[in-house]
Design a protein around this ligand. Structure first.
Ligand code: PLP
Length: 418
């Protein structure tokens, strides 16, 4: 019979998922997946961090633990610890009790709740996104009903930051406009502003009363926990307001646990508590309250470091070693990615591949925007079974040392033949 949904039109595939589906169906033994931003070991396997394993063991053995509902805003201790991680343990905004932090469904959920909050409670409905930006960013803001504009960010001529273009665009934005910024390890370009550039961005944005919305999906993935949080802390130190979305997907390898937080830094305690009351009204009809397990893992690890809000050197603390284990493991991941960058750059130099490939090592974080165009990417997929997003972004964390020569051969062929 006729379906009640006969009128439903087929939606286009989501580009990166289409690439991943093609990868799965490809029978070639040489196939290489550099699409999705997930970490893989040298053997191409997913990685569960030992710190996470240890935290989960602790949770399993905790006989007082239960699986009750969390509050609408999530695990209170998780929220406190997450705020301290990004803003710093001695952040004045936290001490003055004017930060409202709510546990959300990872970075994505935090961005969406933040976008919905702004659409409903903020007077300016235009958000500026970097050109280019993470593919899902526009979707969060479109779904919230906000208007989008872009600011210059990536300069294809230098494979670096178009800082003048960025300042010009922000300088021309309407007063009060929202600006989405990535705190570190910019996706997809791998290019971050320097501390001096961040200071200029901050001055301009405060002068123009632009509202910063930070996306922090890679804290600790570039330098370390504190250095990667610097831009956020600069904007908080001036006493102004901002929104911050945090994710533990990449930094703790908790992708499928969907654990993250949205913080709104306000001018006063009173505003922060009113903001939180409205965040609850957004969350309640959407999913009622967030899941408990991932947040409990993160809390166990972070708690290791902060005891009663005081910074503790974990190594000195008997049995409290999960935090340092986590940081050490994260450092191993980022060091390995840096080595892969060097290996790929050298392999391209060895082959005399036309063009300047130094950006591969200049870029930071998980991704590299190679500069390969859509035709060259299609060639890599067809002829070499090397899968990546159509914009030429590769997930460096999906590469292995043994696959570097093959990738370099493929890039060399694409650049010289296509
Ligand atoms: N923000 C950026 C910049 C990302 O790269 C990602 C994931 O790739 C996310 C947010 C969202 O990830 P999740 O929802 O798993 O935290």
């Amino acid at each position: 019979g006729d379906s009640a949904f006969e009128q439903v039109a087929r939606a286009a595939d989501i580009p990166i998922y289409a690439v991943m589906a093609a990868f799965r169906e490809d029978p070639s033994p040489m196939k290489l997946n550099l699409g999705f931003g997930v970490y893989r070991t040298e053997e191409g396997k997913p990685l569960l961090l030992n710190a996470v394993r240890q935290a989960e063991q602790l949770l399993v053995n905790d006989l007082s633990a239960d699986k009750e509902y969390l509050p609408i805003t999530g695990l209170p201790e998780f929220n406190k610890l997450s705020a301290k991680l990004i803003f710093g343990a001695d952040s004045p905004a936290i001490k003055e009790n004017r930060v409202s932090t709510v546990q959300c469904l990872s970075g994505s959920g935090s961005l969406r709740i933040g976008a919905d909050f702004l659409a409903k409670h903020y007077y300016q409905h235009t958000v500026y996104l970097s050109q280019p930006t993470y593919g899902n960013h526009p979707n969060f803001f479109a779904a919230a009903g906000l208007a989008m504009k872009t600011y210059h960010y990536y300069d294809p001529k230098t494979n670096g930051l178009d800082f003048q273009g960025m300042l010009q665009d922000l300088g021309a934005a309407a007063s009060g406009a929202i600006v989405l910024l990535q705190a570190s390890g910019h996706n997809p370009t791998g290019i971050d502003p320097t501390a001096q550039q961040w200071e200029q961005i901050r001055q301009l944005m405060r002068l123009k009363r632009l509202l910063p919305f930070f996306d922090c999906a890679y804290q600790g993935f570039v330098m370390n926990m504190d250095a990667d949080a610097l831009p956020v802390r600069m904007f908080v130190a001036d006493g102004g307001e901002c929104l911050v979305a945090q994710s533990y997907s990449k930094t703790m390898g908790l992708y499928g646990e969907r654990v993250g937080a949205l913080s709104v830094v306000c001018k006063t305690t009173d505003v922060a508590s009113r903001v939180e009351s409205q965040l609850k009204l957004l969350i309640r009809p959407m999913y009622s309250n967030p899941p408990i397990h991932g947040a409990s893992i993160v809390t166990a690890i972070l708690k290791d470091r902060y005891i009663h809000g005081v910074y503790i050197l974990s190594a000195l603390q008997d049995g409290r070693e999960m935090y340092s284990r986590w940081v050490t493991e994260l450092k191993q991941l980022t060091d390995r990615i840096a080595t892969l960058r060097q290996q790929l750059h050298l392999a391209l130099l060895d082959r005399g591949t036309p063009g300047d490939w130094s950006h591969i090592t200049r870029q930071v974080g998980m991704f590299s925007l190679t500069g390969l165009n859509a035709e060259q990417v299609a060639f890599l997929i067809k002829e070499y079974h090397i899968y990546m997003s159509p914009d030429g972004r590769i997930n460096m964390a999906g590469l292995s040392s043994k696959a570097v020569p093959y990738l370099a051969d493929a890039i060399h062929a694409a650049v010289t033949l296509v």
